[in-house]
Write a protein that binds this ligand. Structure first.
Ligand code: FAD
Length: 395
């Protein structure tokens, strides 16, 4: 005889843990299953081990989705302030790092322990090291054949996340279940991921790997982020690059403004007027890290000569190039290092209020498995909390 429960949730990550605790608080019998040996592994490694758990400035336009309106309902019903109140209730110390990003003072473990304690207090049971072998639907119930027994649930919630970081246990399980029940899954790709460079560009910049620079990076579609860029031995990373990667399509160039605070196109002409004996490298080294200036000039095949030997047109062109430097990545580092997966279960298939499938009653999708992807900065966890909470209210 299968074990009977009200709710089975697959995936004990951010969204699954939130949903399990909230559903159990309503008095439902809840079992949360995961194949991993530990719950919330991604939370533990997130934010460099300090978990950037939300952001003061959460708003719908910080999310990418084929339907930009879909995320609004859940985000407005369970907000960053609700999650912050939970963190406060558990007396977890935190701070704002930059741009509204909230991090634990001590460790991401605080967030996982908080969620585990919420689950435990509410009576949600967590079963780890449990592989899901088969899911069937009959007589309005979901039968789950697992490595630890057979479960029969009247509601099934899929919270298995995206494809990023397969080493941490990411699988396509959620997309497979969606397809099994006839739901559309939009194409997926790696997001918040470093770029790799074409061989010639890589050869030029790998000598400055580890150097970072403040930039504004813009996608061809005109989306831009003002944050740091980091040169790496494989290509480009840093927050500005991770952010723009989610808006980048294979084969496109990105535009890098290496001097976001020099708006005046005439500035090199003015420098020449001040003192034309200085070389271009000397002048650029005053506004850029010296090694960046050096490598960049080499990359652009600009001879290092005194400013007075450049004419107006050349100096204007150089200033424009520094402000809009187009570079075409060869690709991204892919799911291996991506923080998130773009695309996923088509939001047209789901209710934005409850996360329930419109076609398949009793089947819900929450968190990253859904085609809602946030910016870097705590937005992805907030989506996990909000969608998990919204789903739980409807169970
Ligand atoms: P997950 O948290 O990924 O949980 C999915 C769970 O499902 C996992 O426990 C997994 O073991 C389980 N699972 C998967 N397949 C199966 C299967 N077949 N059977 C059983 N169980 C399965 N976001 C932020 O907002 N702030 C950050 O600071 C941040 N830092 C990050 C750092 C890194 C390195 C990475 C990779 C991501 C980071 N993110 C961050 C993104 C964030 O971690 C995710 O968006 C978020 O965890 C998604 O929550 P989820 O519950 O949907 O999925």
């Amino acid at each position: 005889q299968p074990e009977l429960v009200d709710v089975a949730i697959i995936g004990a990550g951010a969204a699954g843990l939130m949903c399990a605790a909230e559903a159990a608080k309503k008095g439902l019998t809840v079992v949360l299953l995961d194949h991993a040996k530990q719950a919330g592994k991604k939370i533990l490694i997130s934010g460099g081990g300090r978990c950037n758990f939300t952001n003061y400035y959460v708003e719908p336009n910080a999310y990418l989705s084929a339907n930009p309106h879909f995320c609004k309902s859940a985000l407005s019903r369970y907000t960053q302030w609700d999650f912050i109140a939970l963190v406060d209730k558990h007396q977890i110390p935190y701070h704002e790092k930059t741009l509204g990003q909230l991090f634990c003072d001590d460790s991401a473990k605080d967030i996982v322990n908080m969620l585990l304690s919420e689950c435990q207090q509410a009576g949600a049971e967590i079963r780890l090291r449990t592989a899901i072998e088969q899911v069937d639907f009959a007589n309005e119930r979901y039968q789950l054949t697992t490595s630890t027994g057979v479960l029969s649930a009247s509601k099934l919630v899929i919270a298995t996340g995206g494809l990023s970081m397969p080493k941490l246990g990411a699988t396509s399980f959620g997309f497979d279940i969606a397809r099994q029940f006839g739901l559309q899954v939009l194409p997926t790709r790696a997001g918040l991921v470093p770029f790799t460079l074409q061989p010639a560009d890589k050869a030029c910049f790998e000598s400055i790997s580890g150097v970072s620079a403040p930039t504004v990076i813009e996608s061809l579609a005109g989306v831009s982020f003002k944050e740091n860029l980091l040169f790496t031995h494989r290509g480009l990373s840093g927050p500005a690059v991770l952010q723009i990667s989610s808006y980048w399509q294979e084969g496109e160039a990105i535009l890098i403004n290496l001097l976001p605070d020099h708006n005046d196109e005439q500035w090199l002409l003015n420098e020449r007027h001040k003192n034309g004996e200085r070389t271009i490298k000397t002048v650029l080294s005053e506004v850029l890290a010296k090694r960046v200036a050096e490598q960049w000039l080499g990359h652009q095949q600009v001879d290092n000569k005194p400013l007075k030997q450049f004419d107006d047109k050349q100096l204007l062109a150089l200033a424009q190039r520094l402000a809009r430097w187009p570079i075409k990545p060869s690709g991204t580092e892919g799911y291996r290092t991506a923080e998130v997966t773009l695309g996923g279960v088509d939001t047209n298939e789901l209710s934005s209020k409850t996360m329930e499938s419109k076609k398949q009653p009793g089947l819900y999708f929450i968190g990253e498995v859904v085609d809602v992807t946030g910016w870097l900065g705590g937005y992805n966890f907030q989506w996990a909390w909000s969608s998990g909470w919204a789903c739980a209210q409807a169970l």
